[in-house]
Design a protein around this ligand. Structure first.
Ligand code: SF4
Length: 422
């Protein structure tokens, strides 16, 4: 039972980085306006009553937000003007942000830029003529405090079933305080936690861009979801209840924050927990994921085992393969041993590293990846290799934001959008 003392040792460090994150978040999060997006129908009905309207007006708000996808209170044309004015007077907004920039993943070149002034109809027309619809699309949203966040839409055609999936990779923080050594987001610094509506609107932005409903959501964009668990849980609820995305179609990812996996388990979600390991032992892990110093591998694996026992949902382990660092056969064998401590509820996702600017890490050769897979499978570990598709990797996440906003800790002025490149 190494877990209990490990947690005790881990607590002061963990508290320290949580305190730092939350202090910054409190200092910078915009609080002046209230967002309707993310609220449930009962909450909207109550709001209508509070503003002197009948309860069914709340149902109308619900339809306007989640069916009509209104972007501003001024567009609520089938509720009385007095109600619209009461909402605006009380500081309510829809909570949507303009798209600042959008880039395809296929070759990394800028294809389309969407300044907020570009009419939506024109934007849609450009997209409908564009191959973007079939490529992953990386989107920067400009929040009300001018900070930029990244979200990625990843379309997948399933030829066997004749259906297509659209996965939204959503951010949970502006930047990230954990500074994993291979990650562009970590290198870009941390500003604040996202509010629930700022997570929800990412899925709406992707649906509008692709003209397709989002079928899957992965909390694998900028930030560590467990450091903003309250907003993540609220956004997850909204995705499930209001946007009708199945819980099993959603994945919450973490590199591990002490005591939070238990908190997540208590919500008894049917979604997948993805734990980013990146190394099979504590010493190596600390060099790749500095925050691992506050959460020893043994304690993390014990929490994963408890999660599986409590929820019945197997844990998915993410492992970024870095050439010459953690990709040898011995690492795979050690990883198999570590996973055995977790009971039977696990799956391994291998992610060949996607190089980022300024990083010393390299992508492993295909045969090295295959040898790693073989070593795991020989030990009866189920494993898949993720196709990175340019953007579908934590390593790539954050690169675009860093290009446009070097330091999220500084208040930036609204930047002028650059020219459209076709
Ligand atoms: S990999 Fe995830 S947790 Fe680590 S720095 Fe990047 S965004 Fe943060």
């Amino acid at each position: 039972m190494a877990a209990a003392p490990s947690h005790v040792r881990a607590a002061p460090l963990a508290r320290a980085f949580r305190a730092r994150a939350s202090a910054t978040a409190t200092a910078t999060a915009p609080t002046s306006r209230r967002a309707l997006l993310g609220l449930s129908e009962p909450e909207l009905r109550q709001l209508a009553l509070d503003l002197g309207q009948q309860s069914y007006r709340g149902k109308q708000l619900h339809d306007l937000l989640y069916k009509s996808r209104a972007r501003q209170v001024q567009e609520f044309n089938y509720v009385p003007k007095a109600f619209r004015e009461a909402l605006l007077g009380a500081g309510w907004t829809v909570g949507r942000s303009p798209v600042h920039h959008a880039v395809t993943a296929s070759d990394g070149t800028t294809k389309v830029l969407f300044p907020c002034a570009l009419p939506r109809a024109l934007a849609a027309a450009v997209l409908l003529r564009s191959p973007l619809l079939y490529s992953p699309l990386q989107i920067l949203l400009k929040l009300e405090d001018n900070r930029l966040i990244e979200t990625v839409g990843i379309p997948v055609d399933d030829d066997n079933k004749g259906s297509s999936r659209l996965t939204a990779c959503v951010s949970s923080q502006v930047g990230c305080p954990l500074r994993c050594s291979f990650c562009a987001t970590g290198k870009g610094g941390f500003a604040r936690n996202l509010r629930p509506h700022e997570i929800v609107e990412q899925v709406l932005a992707i649906e509008e861009m692709f003209k397709h409903r989002v079928t899957n959501v992965v909390f694998m964009g900028m930030g560590e979801p467990m450091l903003n668990l309250k907003s993540v849980i609220e956004a997850h609820r909204c995705f499930n209840k209001e946007l009708r995305i199945g819980q099993r179609m959603m994945t919450i990812s973490t590199v591990g924050v002490p005591n939070t996996i238990k908190m997540l388990a208590s919500h008894k979600l049917q979604s997948t927990l993805a734990v980013s390991l990146h190394a099979p032992n504590q010493k190596l892990r600390e060099t790749i994921v500095p925050s691992a110093k506050s959460y020893p591998l043994g304690a993390l694996m014990d929490d994963c085992k408890s999660y599986f026992l409590e929820t019945g949902r197997r844990v998915s382990f993410e492992y970024t393969l870095l050439a010459g660092i953690n990709d040898e056969k011995e690492h795979a064998e050690e990883l198999a041993e570590v996973l055995r401590t977790c009971g039977g509820g696990y799956h391994v996702n291998l992610i060949p590293y996607n190089p980022i600017e300024g990083s010393e890490y390299k992508r492993p050769y295909r045969k090295v990846v295959q040898a790693f897979v073989d070593a795991l499978e020989a030990r009866k570990i189920t494993v898949s290799v993720r196709q990175t598709r340019g953007l579908d990797a934590n390593a790539a996440c954050g690169q675009l934001r860093n290009e446009f906003q070097k330091n999220p800790l500084l208040e930036s002025s609204p930047s002028e959008p650059s020219l459209v490149h076709a």
